[in-house]
Design a protein around this ligand. Structure first.
Ligand SMILES: *Cc1c(COP(=O)(O)O)cnc(C)c1O
Length: 368
């Protein structure tokens, strides 16, 4: 790993390859892989991550919104892209870029059918989302017949896949709930096939579904967090490699005497002589105030240094008392140690929120 001279998110493409190959190795060879690259590829920049994954051979990409799918097409992606949560105002843009909408309600279905008819589409691929307990998006189990009827009345669109999303796939205490979700999805799929006369591709698993529920793999899986190195579980995490490492450098070191304060609102008061280091990283970069006041820790020359006082917009301060360090030295915020999962836990959040929140201001550097 290279030493850095400014704040960077170092993206290890070798780790990304490892994670993809590991996740693939847990699947049957014919199970298709949907790489979830929404939210800027979980902060790693989809314009770099998606082309890399396309070369590795993923079958599909998934993004949340149409604009994210357009970014993939502009980066040259040819692989099919599903848009998980399209907004109807963007349906023309979506079609212009050959993006495939996920249809989750009768309202969205009829709005997309209007677009499909106006544009004289023929068997345009769409994905139907069913709700099996997350209660977030999706048709209900009882709506299969009405959906099939609506589809049979036209030829403009065709359901190429049927899917659902697990609510607690990482949680062994929710095993019964997850089994019920899987059973409900099977019933929906069987009923759809009976009524429609064909079986679309089925998918229900996110990363933790892949890792914890082999019977929920169906024809395709949708993995996001696992590709980036996290498995929502300490043991699973060891099988994966963190892709992103947030690194920065010490801008300046200060010596505080007993009673001196540090930063805005005097958020820290020294109880004794204290050495502090100021880093060019703040809440505008994605490290929020919840990491301040001693909660988060970073790594300086292999030693743990707490973030003290209030995190500022462009800077934060750490306590380096007793740590052998100087201005210009590298600081690791998260990566291998601590991991994003561990760092996020200090502020009561999860790796997902931390890594997707690293703002575009932070330079991404790619290594293989
Ligand atoms: C974000 C998302 C995923 C990816 O989940 P991970 O836990 O990151 O693997 C899969 N499916 C849907 C519907 C999603 O919204």
């Amino acid at each position: 790993m290279s030493k850095v001279a400014e704040t960077v998110l170092e993206v290890d493409l070798g780790a990304l390859r490892h994670n993809y190959e590991f996740l693939k190795s847990t699947l049957r060879p014919d199970t298709k892989f949907i790489a979830v690259v929404k939210a800027f590829a979980y902060g790693h920049d989809s314009r770099r991550i998606a082309p890399f994954l396309e070369k590795l051979g993923v079958d599909y990409f998934a993004v949340a919104y149409t604009s994210e799918g357009i970014e993939l097409r502009e980066a040259g992606i040819q692989t099919p892209v599903m848009v998980l949560h399209p907004q109807s105002v963007h349906f023309d843009d979506l079609a212009d870029h050959r993006l495939e909408p996920c249809i989750y309600s009768h309202r969205i279905l009829s709005l997309f059918l209007e677009t499909a008819k106006t544009r004289k589409m023929d068997a345009y691929p769409v994905h139907l989302k069913f709700n099996t307990g997350l209660n977030r998006l999706g048709f209900g189990e009882h709506e299969v017949e009405r959906v099939v009827t609506a589809l049979q009345e036209q030829t403009n669109i065709k359901a190429v896949s049927l899917f659902s999303h697990l609510a607690a796939s990482e949680d062994p205490d929710e095993e019964v709930f997850t089994r019920n979700q899987i059973a409900a999805f099977r019933r929906i799929a069987d009923n759809f096939e009976k009524l429609a006369g064909y079986r679309p591709l089925l998918h229900q698993s996110n990363t933790s579904g892949i890792l914890c529920h082999p019977d929920a793999r169906f024809d395709m899986v949708r993995s996001g967090i696992g590709l980036y190195g996290y498995g929502n579980d300490e043991i699973k995490d060891r099988l994966l490699r963190p892709v992103g490492s947030l690194k920065t450098v010490i801008s300046q070191i200060h010596q505080l005497e007993k009673g001196d304060s540090l930063g805005y609102n005097r958020g820290y008061i020294a109880e004794k002589t204290t050495m502090t280091a100021t880093l060019p990283l703040g809440h505008a970069d994605g490290i929020g105030r919840q990491y301040g006041k001693g909660k988060g820790h970073v790594s300086v020359n292999g030693q743990k240094a707490p973030i003290i006082g209030n995190v500022c917009m462009d800077m934060l301060m750490i306590d380096v008392t007793g740590i052998d360090c100087k201005e210009g030295d590298e600081v690791i915020v998260y990566g291998k140690n601590p991991t994003a999962e561990e760092f996020a836990a200090t502020a009561n959040t999860i790796s997902y929120e931390l890594i997707t929140g690293i703002s575009r201001r932070v330079k991404r550097v790619y290594i293989e």
